[in-house]
Ligand binder design. Structure first.
Ligand code: GTP
Ligand code: MG
Ligand code: MG
Length: 353
């Protein structure tokens, strides 16, 4: 597409590098755009993962023909598939879908049944695809199988859990209000992985999902998006394979994106009161830790699978009851996050190095 040809070749001027002046919004925006230049030659259409979808459907059908397969995670949130991103799948029963606003069971019994289904599924996947690596992960909050499919895409499969489909549909509904905001989200996600903040890398503590909640919360606080009631999201109205949402180049040659990036960083460095407030999409306005009882006292008591739950950097999950998506952010990791937020200004979200 011709727009991409207009991409700037230069980031920082020599003068800016020498004087270590904070880069302007335009420079930041263009630098982030340049970091995604490779996307211009990629097919981002979600049909690229439809093949993986068909393969997984085949395996699921072999275990239980009545189950339906849904795709969620980044492919659903952005409506594009970036090469290298894993694909998240969930197998749902007819009743799971029909009761599309229902709460997911978090009991040990439910977890046991899910693990049992996934065990059968893992066996089928191994039989049908001998060269693939299939790992059953049971220690996590949600039982999952991780499939590394060689040259084809990698994917995670869970079962009987609607919340992933719902939270992805919620994030997508926000990004559909202003599709260019996906650039901010993608820039933040890329930065979080490179900075070692993202839970997908060693030492990281917040998942991409958590960073997306932070991005949308920031945009809501700025009045850039309209609040959506999470309860309104119904799996029965969500497409199993997310429709493609073309990604246009950022507006004004990246100036607007640059302003958003700098303002996002400023918001979490100086405005968001991490000691008292919670990043939350559950209700409009401000949510306090006090309100959720995410206090020092609760922190001392709470444990999940034997691991400590922190309330240092709080991100409320819009669908899970009493779940801090930032639960792995220890005081040390919170300081690490702050240092990186500060550094990200000069490095345009680590796109200049
Ligand atoms: P990449 O895989 O990094 O490209 O990003 P992604 O957008 O797919 O995000 P991620 O893999 O982090 O999350 C996919 C889905 O997993 C989300 O929609 C959530 O349902 C679930 N998930 C991820 N992290 C968390 C978490 O910390 N808490 C909860 N409750 N769910 C999570
Ligand atoms: Mg994912
Ligand atoms: Mg995943």
């Amino acid at each position: 597409c011709v727009f991409w040809l207009l991409f700037p070749r230069e980031g920082f001027t020599e003068k800016q590098k020498q004087q270590r002046m904070p880069p302007t919004a335009l420079v930041v925006g263009q630098s982030v755009m340049k970091a995604f230049q490779h996307l211009s030659t990629q097919d981002l259409h979600t049909r690229r993962v439809e093949e993986a979808y068909r393969v997984v459907v085949e395996c699921i059908t072999a275990v239980d023909p009545a189950m339906r397969l849904y795709m969620f995670g980044s492919t659903a949130v952005y409506g594009v598939h970036e090469k290298g991103s894993d694909v998240d799948f969930v197998a749902l029963s007819k009743t799971d879908v029909e009761d599309g606003k229902g709460e997911d069971a978090g009991t040990q019994v439910a977890k046991g049944l899910q693990a049992e289904f996934l065990g059968k599924l893992a066996r089928v996947v191994r039989q049908k695809h001998l060269s693939w690596n299939v790992e059953e992960v049971r220690r996590t909050r949600v039982p999952v199988i991780r499939v590394k499919g060689g040259s084809s895409v990698d994917f995670d499969i869970t079962v009987n859990r609607r919340n992933g489909v719902r939270n992805s549909a919620l994030l997508r509904a926000y990004f559909e209000q202003d599709p260019p905001c996906r650039w901010l989200s993608m820039g933040v996600k890329r930065w979080s992985k490179r900075a070692g903040l993202n839970a997908s890398v060693v030492g990281g503590s917040i998942t991409s999902y958590g960073f997306n909640l932070m991005v949308v919360y920031y945009l809501l606080q700025r009045g850039a998006l309209r609040f959506i009631e999470p309860h309104a999201i119904d799996v029965a109205n969500v497409a199993p394979v997310p429709p493609y949402l073309p990604l246009e180049p950022p507006r004004n040659d990246g100036a607007e994106l640059g302003e958003q990036v700098l303002d996002f960083l400023a918001f979490y460095m100086h405005e968001f009161d991490a000691a008292r407030h919670v990043v939350s999409l559950s209700r409009p306005g401000i949510t306090t830790k006090e309100q959720l009882n995410w206090t020092k006292n609760a922190e001392d008591l709470a444990r999940m699978n034997g691991e400590k739950i922190n309330y240092q950097w709080c991100i409320e999950d819009p669908y899970e009851l009493n779940l801090n998506v930032g639960r792995n952010v220890t005081p040390l990791k919170r300081d690490f996050l702050r240092k990186h937020l500060e550094k990200a200004r000069e490095t345009a979200l680590l796109t200049t190095t």
